[in-house]
Write a protein that binds this ligand. Structure first.
Ligand SMILES: Nc1ncnc2c1ncn2[C@@H]1O[C@H](COP(=O)(O)OP(=O)(O)OP(=O)(O)O)[C@@H](O)[C@H]1O
Ligand SMILES: [Mg+2]
Length: 138
């Protein structure tokens, strides 16, 4: 299996289903347990963002898993796509721990966490929705 897409309902805990699939595929690639855990957390953050922020009227989030590269090292590419309102990734302020300690808004870490956990992250967003493409080598 080199590519699979899940159409997940916009309900709480769909992120768990997405992360289970991510872990199973990463395991099948023989990714190390630490890296599998990093993939799991990134998938959870991206899916929760789609649930919380997309305000999509369509009630599905599409999560695609692709194993790239015929030989070692393989790369796992995961795409999380919603059809919601979109946002401007370039306008999201980079969170800093000093600012967060002073601020009433403690959140805003998800995208930074995703970027830290995955090797490569690309976000495309507009009025048709948001697509987060994230990859990690085995
Ligand atoms: N799929 C999405 N659709 C629309 N807006 C999004 C989406 N993903 C992220 N955003 C916007 O980007 C902001 C930053 O996302 P990020 O995950 O970094 O923080 P958060 O979700 O607000 O908080 P946290 O992830 O720490 O719980 C969000 O507050 C939201 O405005
Ligand atoms: Mg978030």
């Amino acid at each position: 299996m080199r590519k699979v897409t899940l159409a997940l309902p916009m309900v709480p805990e769909m992120e768990i289903e997405a992360s289970k699939t991510a872990m199973a595929i990463a395991e099948s690639m023989r990714m190390s347990p630490d890296r599998i855990d990093e993939v799991r957390m990134a998938v959870v953050e991206a899916c929760i963002n789609a649930l919380e922020h997309s305000h999509a009227s369509a009630k599905e989030v599409f999560v695609t898993f692709e194993v790239l590269g015929g030989q070692d090292p393989e790369t796992l590419r995961i795409t999380v796509r919603d059809t919601g309102v979109g946002f401007s990734p370039g306008e999201i302020e980079e969170p800093s721990i000093q600012e967060k300690l002073k601020s009433a808004r403690k959140r805003g870490w998800g995208l930074k966490i995703i970027r830290g956990l995955m090797d490569d992250v690309e976000i495309r967003s507009g009025s048709e929705g948001t697509t987060v493409v994230m990859s990690k080598m085995r």
